[in-house]
Design a protein around this ligand. Structure first.
Ligand SMILES: NC(=O)c1ccc[n+]([C@@H]2O[C@H](COP(=O)([O-])OP(=O)(O)OC[C@H]3O[C@@H](n4cnc5c(N)ncnc54)[C@H](O)[C@@H]3O)[C@@H](O)[C@H]2O)c1
Length: 257
């Protein structure tokens, strides 16, 4: 997305305080978009938004639990009131919490589904009329665990599989005005972005890196650049799609020798 294309555009990034969402928010802000960071972690969210603003970007923090219907509706109302328009939504907020099947409770299952899947539905529904006006776009952040699992992934995998399916359903419902796509990341190292300021961390091990076809674990920026592309006019013929960004991990045969 060029600076000219993104100027004045407004994007909501959920889970934008930390991790991949922080990288997405920073990347879109640098491209000139006004970024509404919606996250349940107010301490880091406020500090991160201040950091973006102090380096000349347009950003604001909105404390939000994406699983809360009224909070999501208020988020969209407030963003519209302050910024006057809405061009894009990135449904990134998620909890990656795995439990053995025998220990999985209905309460925990419902919470994972509520945050990872229902939150995206709630925000897409609330944002849809405004995105139609701007011919906007939505990107959902799912996971390669939508299609592959380790033991104890029931709630998380189900939520991400649902998000991939929600993506093509929304792409149909919101056509032709709003494009809706999905990114399924593999292993992305988010340790550098767990506070408001990016920190350096111990490098990933050779074993971690070498098991990927591209020879390294993913970076937050790998996902952020793909989000920027999918939100841009360059992706104008792409909707309802799921892009796997995993360094080739889900293309490897895994028979043990
Ligand atoms: N890191 C990975 O390897 C990886 C791989 C595949 C998919 N993902 C997905 O990418 C997304 C971001 O993951 P991450 O690794 O950056 O995680 P993270 O924990 O570093 O960041 C998640 C962010 O979401 C926020 N959040 C959590 N619950 C929320 C709620 N109810 N309402 C609003 N905000 C909430 C957190 O406060 C945090 O800022 C998630 O959807 C995750 O499932 C991550």
């Amino acid at each position: 997305m060029t600076k000219h294309e993104s100027e004045r555009k407004v994007v909501i990034v959920t889970g934008g305080a930390k991790g991949i969402g922080q990288g997405i928010a920073e990347d879109l802000a640098r491209r000139g978009m006004h970024v509404a960071i919606a996250d349940s972690d107010a301490d880091i969210g406020v500090a991160f938004a201040k950091r973006l603003i102090s380096s000349g970007n347009k950003a604001r923090f909105y404390p939000t639990d994406v699983a809360d219907e009224s909070a999501v509706d208020s988020l969209v109302t407030e963003v519209l009131a302050r910024s006057g328009r809405l061009d894009a939504v990135v449904n990134n907020a998620g909890i990656s919490d795995f439990r053995p099947l025998a220990d999985e409770t209905l309460e925990h299952w419902m919470r994972v589904l509520s945050v990872n899947l229902t939150g995206a539905f709630l925000l897409a529904r609330a944002a849809a009329p405004h995105l139609r006006q701007t011919r906007g776009a939505i990107v959902n952040i799912a996971s390669t665990r939508a299609t592959m699992s380790q033991p104890g992934n029931e709630a998380y995998s189900a939520s991400k599989g649902g998000l991939v399916a929600l993506t093509h359903a929304l792409a149909s419902s919101l056509a032709p005005h709003v494009r809706v796509n999905c990114i399924s990341p593999g292993w992305i190292d988010v340790r550098t972005r767990q506070g408001a300021v990016k920190v350096s961390v111990d490098p990933t091990s050779a074993r971690d890196n070498e098991q990927h076809l591209v020879g390294r674990v993913g970076k937050v920026e790998d996902v952020a650049r793909a989000v920027a592309f999918l939100l841009s006019e360059d992706a104008g013929f792409i909707t309802g799609a799921n892009f796997v960004i995993d360094g080739g991990m889900t293309r490897k045969m895994i028979y043990e020798e």
